[in-house]
Design a protein around this ligand. Sequence first.
Ligand code: FEO
Length: 179
Amino acid sequence: MLSKKMTTALNGQVTAELYSAYLYLAMGAWLKKEGYGGAAHWMDLQVREEIFHAEKMHNYILDRGGQMKPGPIEAPPFTWKSPLAVFEKAYEHEQKVTGFIGALMSLAKDEGDHATEIFLQWFVTEQIEEEAAALEIAQKYRLAQDQAAGLFAIDQQLSARSLSVQVKNALAGDPAAAK
Ligand code: FEO
């Protein structure tokens, strides 16, 4: 059974993951409108990854006898000055999420909640990937320095992204995928 404090904190993370999805949805819309179809595709898949994170967190709350309490999701920004600015913001956002996961892990340790600690380890590892992916793309855009050929090449690369296996399984209806 989760403590009340842990239940509230995990519910806060569900909201944070859904905000991430909303932020990336807005980023994808802007990229699409500006003609960066490959980058928009990358963001569209990221939206699904974030919803998966929220589902995984919420399933855990339920499995531990907690209650899901939805919180308000604020409106994300919706315009940026360049694809570089988009991915710099995404990287900054992922660093913030890493901080949230770290705070949850500290709470689990303080409470001696070993199950939650083990559960959160998946998110700790996931955040390494999440930060690295956004950083790598931001670095590519920085190197391209607004040159058309470079921007086109990056867009082509981003159009090749596919969903993680876990998210594919979840979308295919596997109830165990988001556990
Ligand atoms: Fe759910 Fe991008 O972290």
